[in-house]
Design a protein around this ligand. Structure first.
Ligand code: GLU
Length: 452
């Protein structure tokens, strides 16, 4: 190996494919990837599927898809189940050197007559964890632990140590729950006379109740967040904040910015808390940063079929409605929710309501009709191409302020939306466009005129 090769940073993400890709695993992947990439290195994806009963191909696929969705690249994937010969040769070596032995278990009720145990030298193992500092463990309590069920059935500690060595892993960044595994793995490393990687154990992720994050807390798997309409860049940003602290106030990062900003030194020891609310907020900032074209593509992807069937639905109108949608979207499924709650129909269909609904508080229907006529006159003077929230507001603001904003703007908004609650009158008028906004105001004036 050349000098530069020995220095290349290689990290690994080694999931056991016994469940779908979840937040904790994704956070580990991200930290390993950021760390490797910012050192000009690479990350290896290795499926630790030696537990044949619990490992499933569909979980491996789900994990792989999730990693790719996040935009994370990797070497591999490797599958431990395809590497039995390699582990066998290491087991033979350990047995030959006397560091491991075939243990007769027939007298116990463990199920096997024979397993392979590591001969524990009962020493104190000390290692420097990049996040937690020096850790020192007396391994005598660990006994002669089992490293394989047979030469062809290695267990986790053996397989991990062999693979990390074979794959040239220089840094092991993994969840805090693995800190207890490290001394056993170092014992094996020393018995094999191979190089120790650098260790960094990253903090646990808790739910908002202070308990370890689990399905009880709601969505925890990446495919659920994707279905909710979290953007990959929003997810990456939020995951980075789970245990890592930016240097200054900035909380919103693109993946590229994270590659520069991330550092292991700023990863905390204490647990991180997962908050869906914060994830939604972070995602919203990425939506707000998105250019119109990209947001438009996303909207087209989620807009429900029954909205597309409305009489005035067309792509021009949809484009005009983007600011309104963007304003109210944290995750893309919010758009589906708004549609389901009947909050979007007015954008593509004139509302239906009775005249009495439109009048503001104690105003008389005739007064309201007059106010709307005035709004109509002001707005008719605007060019269709210049029918924007700003021009619409400027055109009637002084008048509305004089007469009473509620008296003028409430019926204006209602005439266009038919909803007791909706975005403001100028935003929705701009969204439906000049022709339609004026036509809806005229309908309202007519309804009010017929009142008396
Ligand atoms: N397969 C282990 C897991 O899923 C990986 C442990 C490690 O990072 O060494 O937790």
């Amino acid at each position: 190996m050349s000098e530069s090769n020995t220095k290349e940073v290689v990290t690994r993400f080694p999931p056991s494919p016994t469940g779908n890709y979840h937040v904790g695993a994704a956070r580990s992947t991200l930290f390993n990837w950021l760390f490797a990439k910012q050192h000009g290195g690479r990350m290896v994806l290795r499926f630790e599927d030696t537990d044949v009963e619990r490992s499933k191909r569909e979980y491996a696929d789900n994990i792989k898809e999730g990693i790719e969705w996040l935009g994370i690249d990797y070497d591999g994937p490797y599958f431990q189940s395809e590497r039995t010969d390699i582990y066998r040769s290491y087991l033979e070596k350990l047995i030959k050197s006397g560091a491991a032995y075939l243990s007769d278990e027939s007298a116990t009720d463990g199920g096997r007559d024979e397993v392979i145990r590591f001969k524990n030298p009962n020493i104190t193992i000390e290692f420097v964890d990049e996040i937690r500092g020096t850790v020192s463990v007396d391994t005598a309590d660990l006994g002669d632990f089992v490293i394989a069920k047979s030469l062809d059935e290695p267990l986790y500690h053996l397989a991990v140590v062999v693979d990390d060595h074979e794959m040239g892993i220089t840094h092991v960044l993994r969840g805090e729950e693995h800190i207890a595994n490290t001394p056993r793995q170092i014992l094996l490393i020393e018995a094999l006379g191979i190089k120790r990687p650098v260790y960094a154990h990253i903090p646990l992720i808790l739910g908002d109740d202070g308990k370890k994050l689990s399905k009880r807390h709601g969505a925890t798997s990446l495919s659920e967040f994707r279905d909710l309409g979290v953007l990959p860049e929003g997810m990456v940003n939020y995951l980075a904040l789970l245990g890592w602290h930016p240097q200054d106030e900035q909380e919103i990062f693109t993946p590229e910015e994270l590659l520069t900003a991330f550092s292991l030194e700023r990863v905390q020891k204490g647990p991180a808390t997962f908050s869906l609310e914060k994830l939604r907020w972070v995602n919203r900032q990425h939506i707000l940063d998105m250019d119109e074209e990209a947001f438009y593509d996303h909207v087209r992807g989620v807009i429900p079929a029954d909205i597309k069937k409305l009489p005035q639905f067309d792509l021009k109108r949809l484009r005009q409605a983007l600011p309104i949608l963007k304003e109210r979207t944290e995750v893309l499924s919010d758009i589906t929710q708004m549609a389901a709650a009947g909050e979007l129909e007015f954008l593509f269909e004139a509302p239906n309501y009775s005249a009495s609904d439109i009048v503001w508080k104690e105003d008389e229907p005739q007064d309201t009709a007059n106010y709307l006529r005035e709004v109509l006159t002001h707005w008719e003077a605007l060019l269709a191409d210049d029918f924007t929230p700003k021009t619409l507001r400027d055109a009637v603001w002084d008048y509305a302020s004089e007469v009473g904003r509620g008296s003028v703007l409430w019926p204006t908004r209602f005439a266009i939306s038919g909803l007791k609650q909706s975005p403001g009158p100028f935003e929705i008028a701009a969204a439906v466009g000049k022709e339609e906004a004026l036509s809806r105001l005229k309908v309202a004036v007519e309804k009010l005129s017929n009142e008396t």
